[in-house]
Design a protein. Structure first.
Lengths: 112, 110
């Protein structure tokens, strides 16, 4: 079955520090991958999506960037974190022939 | 991007009551999905709908894909305490995008 692994589960980082969140996929190949941010336990804001290696589409201008160095790896990064970057980050994926998106367990990021 | 209007934002119901929530969009969607999220977890898919008019059940949950393809609803019958969580609708406006509603927070009073 398809599984998404995200780590770390929780992260506390100081303002101005860099960020790297990793998402890996098991059980499928060539998935479309997504990064969402959820603030205050409500609403999922799409940040980036990728349809293949090296292909990134940004939905919202922000302090973050994404990369897809391998088919099953999707990375969310920042060079300098802001307080407003705090939130719950979710990685999701799906195959075109299976329209049911599956999610990772999420990373709770607190910027202090 | 696309916007989904999900209502109600929150619900407090008595255990055993039925629940109904819905999503509407100004655009046509080809797929409607319903997810449930528990605190600190990622959303889990409950029901997927692929055809206008489709009515699908998963245990006590029933969801329908509106015939206009611009709306969907989710019903939960005979609610129980473990139904608490945030329920999200999601729709696919294009092949690659998946847009979520803002969620309905459900609280069940024993």
């Amino acid at each position: 079955s398809q599984t998404i692994h995200q780590w770390p589960a929780t992260l506390v980082q100081p303002v101005g520090s860099p960020l790297s969140l990793e998402c890996t996929v098991e059980g499928t190949s060539n998935p479309n991958l997504y990064w969402y941010r959820q603030a205050a336990g409500r609403g999922l804001q799409l940040l980036f999506y990728s349809v293949g290696i090296g292909q990134i589409s940004s939905e919202v201008p922000q302090n973050l960037s994404a990369s897809r160095p391998q088919d099953r790896q999707f990375i969310l990064s920042s060079k300098k974190l802001l307080l407003s970057d705090s939130g719950f980050y979710l990685c999701a994926g799906y195959l075109l022939r299976n329209t049911e998106a599956f999610f990772g367990q999420g990373t709770r990021l607190t910027v202090v | 991007g696309q916007q989904l209007n999900q209502s109600p934002q929150s619900m407090f119901i008595q255990e055993g009551e039925d629940v109904s929530m819905n999503c509407t969009s100004s655009s046509i969607f080809n797929t409607w999905l319903w997810y449930k999220q528990e605190p600190g977890e990622g959303p889990v898919l409950l029901i997927a709908l692929y055809k206008a008019g489709e009515l699908t059940s998963n245990g006590r949950l029933t969801a329908q894909f509106g015939i206009t393809r611009k709306d969907s609803f989710l019903n939960i019958s005979a609610s129980i305490p473990s139904d608490v969580g945030i329920y999200f609708c999601a729709g696919r406006p294009t092949t690659y995008q998946l847009t979520f509603g803002k969620g309905t927070k459900l609280s069940v009073i024993p």
